[in-house]
Write a new protein. Structure first.
Ligand code: SF4
Length: 169
């Protein structure tokens, strides 16, 4: 144990301060202000993968890392659509997920909003409409905001959430 403490003291702190990103800070500050004014300080998002390759999920996941830290703006992800204000949907909607996506949307209490995240969710992307794919999310449920990109960056996603906030305000 003493050896361990000795090593900790000799090594010191090896992490670095996070880099500053003024654009992200400005986007986040506006999101936080609108969430506080119009959503009681807390906006709940339920993420739905309707048939994505998971590229979009990796970028969405990054929103929760210590760099972007989405929760500091009052936005958090929830496990149930019944606790959500917003559905964030990725992927072309596979035929297997069509009924599940519709039922998930019906389970969200009104007022509710839908963000289509990623090119596939916006217009079907490379997959389009086929025997296996319904294509764009709007072919299955109403969409309020589209975030293009394959995949969209965390900055794009934050800007999309802000666009929805401005629209819902
Ligand atoms: S938009 Fe690109 S990254 Fe996202 S699900 Fe489609 S192919 Fe994958």
């Amino acid at each position: 144990m003493l050896r361990l403490f000795g090593k900790i003291l000799r090594t010191g702190i090896v992490t670095e301060a996070p880099p500053r990103d003024d654009e992200i800070a400005a986007l986040g500050a506006e999101v936080k202000g609108l969430v506080q004014r119009h959503f009681g300080g807390s906006l709940a998002i339920r993420e739905v993968d309707a048939g994505s390759c998971n590229g979009c999920e990796l970028e969405i996941h990054a929103l929760n890392n210590p760099y972007y830290d989405l929760e500091r703006y009052g936005v958090h992800f929830v496990a149930s659509p019944r606790h959500a204000d917003v559905l964030l949907v990725t992927g072309p909607v596979s035929r297997h997920m069509e009924a599940a996506l519709r039922r998930t949307w019906e389970a969200v209490p009104a007022p509710k909003w839908v963000i289509a995240a990623g090119q596939c969710a916006c217009d079907g992307g490379e997959f389009g409409v086929s025997y296996a794919s319904c294509g764009a999310v709007e072919n299955v449920i109403p969409v309020d905001v589209r975030i293009p990109g394959c995949p969209p960056t965390p900055r794009d996603l934050l800007a999309g959430i802000l666009a929805l906030m401005r629209r819902a305000a």
